[in-house]
Design a binder for this molecule. Structure first.
Ligand SMILES: [Zn+2]
Length: 259
């Protein structure tokens, strides 16, 4: 039997055996195809939650589904905006229905436990809406024991000591982390060949007014696309982030799905 934690690498019989009984946790990364500055590739938001899922699945009874490769439209104050070449986004309803469709299929296979691992801030409420529609549909069909945990992996970095190690010069907040120290450090730990630190643009943190304007004013986003500088990113910081996130999420799975 294949030992892979990736659903796509199993045969259907192997998958059927793993999910039988409904105890195995399915994990679904939800990402985006979005610019991440001059120094990183565009599928960071897929690669990072997938890698976190993989490590979690190696320590608990879980399988990792192929991630959703596209996400909701990049917003200026969290992702730089949807005006960059390459950034390729879904309408909210498309993402919502994709999530709903996948949950319905998992339920048909016998899965009853799902972790949705978000890698792109803008996806959050469309994931929640997809879950809500799916669970309502399943309830109408007589299935009322399907449980979903939805999380964004960066929310597990809460310990002030860890934050002080990552940002000795002071933490600026998650909202302007796009392409900054956090994501770049994780990429250096996991996919160093997809990062070119020489191309990091060292700019002051982006500042925005406390409201949004549509159509957006592209000049309000730093021209390179990142919202804060990744200059102090390092592989060591990435390894620390990974360790804390994987431990925290494995713990949540034990708590929420413990038998
Ligand atoms: Zn990102």
């Amino acid at each position: 039997m294949s030992k892979s934690v990736f659903v796509g690498e199993l045969t259907w019989k192997e998958y059927e055996a793993r999910v039988a009984g409904g105890k195995c946790v399915a994990m679904l990364p939800v990402g985006a195809l979005e610019q991440h500055g001059h120094h990183m590739c565009m599928n960071v938001d897929v690669l990072l939650p997938t890698a976190v899922c993989q490590r979690v699945a190696e320590c608990v009874d879980a399988l990792v589904l192929p991630g959703i490769q596209y996400g909701y439209k990049s917003q200026q104050k969290s992702g730089g905006g949807n005006h960059f070449p390459g950034t390729t986004s879904l309408d909210g309803a498309t993402l919502t229905h994709t999530v709903q469709d996948i949950i319905r299929e998992l339920a048909r296979h016998g899965v009853r436990r799902l972790v949705m691992m978000n890698g792109h801030y803008e996806n959050s409420m469309f994931i929640v809406e997809g879950i809500d529609l799916a669970l309502r549909e399943l309830r109408y069909g007589g299935i009322d024991d399907f449980k979903v945990v939805v999380l964004s992996y960066w929310d597990f970095i809460r310990d002030p000591d860890v934050i002080a190690k990552l940002y000795p010069e002071g933490f600026l907040g998650w909202d302007i982390e796009h392409g900054g120290v956090f994501e770049t450090s994780l990429m250096l730990a996991l996919y160093p060949h997809l990062v070119d630190l020489d191309k990091v643009v060292d700019h002051p943190p982006a500042t925005f007014p406390p409201y949004d304007v549509f159509p957006i004013i592209p000049e309000r986003t730093p021209a390179c696309g990142t919202l804060s500088s990744a200059k102090t990113a390092s592989r060591e910081k990435g390894e620390l982030i990974l360790e804390v996130c994987v431990a925290g999420i494995a713990d949540v799975i034990g708590k929420e799905f413990g038998d």
